[in-house]
Design a protein around this ligand. Structure first.
Ligand SMILES: Nc1ncnc2c1ncn2[C@@H]1O[C@H](COP(=O)(O)OP(=O)(O)OP(=O)(O)O)[C@@H](O)[C@H]1O
Length: 510
């Protein structure tokens, strides 16, 4: 097939000849370029090629955008030299951040690693990480400004550094070091230093927080014993009044994003929630949903196993971004009051107790007399308000009870539990969430009857869940639930009429 232009005459012939020449020169140039490239690939070390590519990209950027001035920040994996070497947190953060921004569909080449992780319970998990191969670049746009990241591999000249496998995850591979270059227009230097770099750090922290496996810690003596936390409850699966649910999520989000606010007002960054309601209404599920939402660990404190001196250790060894849960606090309060009434605990030796104050040296071994003293409620509360609040950040305490009316007023006083959340019987909206969770149905011919029954019967979400769990067939399950609700309604109206009869009898006897 002839692709040359067809024109007549001498002029046409000359033009054709010139075109042919130009084409053949272009072909030779292209062939030379390919040859030079493959020779360079064979002969030049990767680090030199990476440096050339990086320089070329900067030149392109500079000349492509007029006479703009450019700045480059060199982010090394380690800082300092010799034995004084320190990991550069920005390097790790930048890699983590970039792994969330790199798009394998848009880039011809990307590094990929799977990192094995092991939690404290010894279980294995995997995290996928994408990274820039040495010599590659990517552009990240932040607030409309372009920031170019380039990965470079440097030789450290024969070792000395830490020896790691060069798997792209560590900053150092044998005597080679990976460096990230961050380039931007000089006019955006302030933005880069004051906003973009902090943004990279925060985003990386959020990614790590999201990816890590959560733990639930149980107290054993003065130590926490931790397990992987797998509770699947989320706010989406939690069956409850939607407005209340939304307000809880909003409250948690506000709390988690208020580091500066808490610092400014000089208050410890903590928040307390009291969950109350009948058994089986989702109080434990709510704690799990909170932990999954915020990516916090749970510390489930069993006070019956704790003596006062253990408590201080347990509370101060909790990590930040965690939820301290004390279930059935009314029972604990009873036990505490009995201990005080029965004079079992003459000395409320719990650190931070009302009269005791917080000792200056918490590491000191407690005197033998204090070792077996019971925990008093005021001691617990003062300790939580005092040392627990200031020994860490971003902490939540959740107390649960089936009987709010039995609680000591000290627990309910304003400022102690910031939000009191009633977990009630299964309402219509809560049922719809359960039906969606179990069968992915939003409507069914039995729904109107179930709605009417739920308005008349007190049934817990746990009871409804149990009925729905019995079969995979929504028709059978919903029919079973309808029958169950009808029976419950009859039982409840029978009990009601018996109570009324008794009352009537009493009145007549008078
Ligand atoms: N509000 C709810 N939303 C979704 N599922 C629920 C809810 N309440 C209860 N369930 C179901 O019932 C089971 C038991 O509920 P959960 O332990 O959370 O209740 P609880 O109020 O903490 O009970 P208790 O007071 O006895 O500790 C859960 O595993 C869940 O399957």
């Amino acid at each position: 097939m002839d692709l040359l232009p067809s024109s007549a005459g001498a002029y046409g012939g000359k033009a054709t000849e010139a075109y042919r020449k130009a084409l053949s020169s272009a072909a030779s140039a292209a062939a030379y370029a390919v040859l030079a490239r493959s020779m360079a690939r064979e002969l030049l070390p990767e680090e030199l090629r990476a440096a050339v590519r990086w320089g070329a990209s900067l030149l392109r950027a500079r000349f492509g955008c007029g006479a703009k001035e450019w700045r480059t920040l060199v982010v090394r994996s380690q800082t300092g030299g010799g034995s004084g070497r320190e990991e550069n947190l920005l390097f790790d953060a930048a890699r983590t951040y970039l792994s969330t921004r790199l798009d394998p569909r848009a880039m011809r080449r990307l590094g990929l690693t799977l990192c094995a992780a092991r939690d404290d319970g010894g279980l294995r998990s995997w995290t996928k990480r994408l990274f820039l191969e040495p010599g590659d670049s990517t552009v990240d746009v932040f607030d409309g400004v372009e920031f170019t990241w380039t990965s470079v591999e440097k030789s450290n000249g024969g070792g000395g550094g830490k020896k790691h496998a060069s798997n792209g995850e560590s900053g150092i591979g044998g005597d080679r070091e990976f460096v990230l270059m961050l380039s931007f227009a000089a006019e955006h230097t302030d933005m880069a230093m004051e906003r973009y770099v902090p943004f990279v750090m925060t985003s990386a922290e959020e990614t790590r927080q999201r990816e890590r496996s959560l733990r639930i810690c149980l107290n054993e003596g003065r130590k926490w014993f931790s397990l992987k936390h797998h509770h699947p409850a989320t706010f989406a699966t939690l069956a409850m009044d939607p407005t209340l649910k939304q307000s809880i999520v909003a409250d948690l989000d506000l709390f988690a994003n208020r580091r500066d606010h808490y610092r400014r007002i000089g208050k410890a960054w903590k928040r307390g929630y009291l969950l109350y309601g009948p058994p089986g209404t989702g109080k434990s599920s709510m704690v799990a949903a909170m932990a999954n939402h915020l990516r916090y660990d749970i510390y489930d404190l069993d006070l019956s196993q704790v003596h006062s001196t253990m408590l201080q250790w347990l509370l101060i060894t909790m990590s930040d971004k965690s939820i301290l849960v004390i279930e059935d606090i009314d029972c604990c309060c009873d036990a505490m009051s009995r201990a005080v009434d029965g004079k079992e605990s003459k000395t409320p030796a719990l650190i931070g107790d009302k009269d005791g104050g917080v000792p200056s040296d918490i590491m000191e071994t407690p005197p033998p007399r204090a070792r077996n003293t019971e925990i008093t409620l005021s001691g617990l509360l003062n300790f939580i308000d005092g040392l627990w609040s200031t020994s860490g950040e971003e902490r939540i305490i959740v107390l649960t009870t089936n009987y709010k009316e039995r609680l000591d007023p000290a627990l309910l006083r304003p400022g102690r539990m910031d939000m009191h959340i009633y977990m009630g019987f299964c309402c219509w909206e809560a049922f719809k969430t359960l039906a969606r969770n179990y069968f992915v149905v939003d409507d069914h011919p039995l729904f109107p009857e179930i709605q009417e029954l739920l308005a008349a019967v007190q049934v817990t979400p746990a009871e409804v869940s149990e009925m729905l769990l019995r079969t995979n067939d929504p028709d059978v399950a919903l029919r079973g639930l309808t029958e169950f609700l009808k029976e419950k309604k009859q039982e409840q109206s029978k009990m009601q009429s018996t109570d009324e009869d008794k009352l009537q009898g009493k009145h007549e006897a008078k």
